[in-house]
Design a protein around this ligand. Structure first.
Ligand code: DHB
Ligand code: FE
Length: 284
């Protein structure tokens, strides 16, 4: 039977991908940030998951105002890195897991969550930067990846509560899949950041740290935080953090099991215009 063994949470700032691709990781500006992922890369290489279910948001790359799926699951066999204006990142294609993705789509839709099925799309920095942070610059990504895109760009966006409950449904789906697979679920985006308007550059360290505390210890209550609070406290793009609640909702302790082990916690300011947060939780 497939199992969700761990969840990973990380910001997905595009400049991090550029720093990696352009060989700048040891520069003084970037070194402390990449150092925060050294343990994560070792841990990820040891864990050897078969599949990462990667929750991210598309930044008007594969989708646009023409078509705005709230939740979209990538059921294809392969997803190419997107051209976001400077050419595609020089990273490997993403190899999907069509059979597990189709099973999850079936189970989650029967469980009352309406997903959009996507057989073909390119994936942007929201997905490739977390893969780079966790695995460096391999010739091929070390495992299959099921892209799961959430609309946090164009309102109305889903509530934190809905995201948390969706994570619980994704757990039920994965754990009802027959083949033995080690599956991780990742939530990406955040932490506090605002990219436009008079408050551009907003960082709220206290709020971010409290979010990490609550994500670990009291995710159910955290899931009830409303959009206005995210936007006021964490900036307009801080709303990306609702995606972390999908990953957290898929962990054992909020589905009748025991509390996760905190493998790693990291927080760094700044990376481009944002605060970077990172957490690894392992099911026991
Ligand atoms: C930036 C873009 C993002 O999507 C994000 O999550 C953080 C930062 C940026 O353009 O700097
Ligand atoms: Fe983003």
């Amino acid at each position: 039977m497939a199992r969700i063994t761990a969840s990973v949470y990380t910001s997905h700032v595009p400049a991090i991908g550029a720093a990696l691709d352009l060989g700048k990781t040891t520069e003084p500006y970037w070194q402390p940030l990449f150092a925060g992922y050294d343990l994560s890369k070792r841990w990820f290489a040891e864990q050897k998951p078969d599949v990462v279910f990667l929750v991210y948001n598309d930044h008007a790359t594969a989708f646009s105002l023409d078509l705005i799926p709230t939740f979209a699951i990538g059921t294809g066999a392969r997803f190419e890195p997107a051209d976001e204006g400077w050419g595609p990142r020089p990273v490997p294609p993403v190899i999907g897991h069509p059979d597990l993705a189709a099973h999850i789509a079936h189970s989650v839709i029967q469980d009352d969550f309406d997903l959009t099925i996507v057989n073909r799309m390119d994936v942007d920095h929201g997905l490739t930067v977390p893969l780079s942070l966790m695995s460096g610059q391999p010739a091929a990504w070390p495992c299959s990846v099921i892209p799961f895109a959430v609309n946090v760009v164009q309102y109305p966006v889903p509530s934190g509560r809905r995201c948390f409950m969706l994570g619980q449904a994704i757990r039920r789906a994965v754990e009802s899949y027959g083949p033995d697979l080690n599956v991780q679920i990742w939530g990406t985006g955040g932490m506090s950041h605002q990219l436009q308007g008079p408050r551009a550059g907003l960082i709220n360290r206290e709020w971010d740290q409290r979010f990490l505390d609550r994500l670990i210890a009291d995710p159910q209550a955290l899931s009830r935080v409303v959009h206005d609070d995210y936007v006021r406290e964490a900036g307009s793009e801080g709303i990306e953090l609702v995606m972390w609640l999908i990953a957290r909702g898929a962990m054992a302790d909020v589905n009748g099991g025991s509390a996760p082990r905190v493998v790693h916690r990291f927080y760094h300011v700044p990376a481009s215009n944002t605060a970077v947060g990172h957490l690894i939780l392992e099911n026991s």
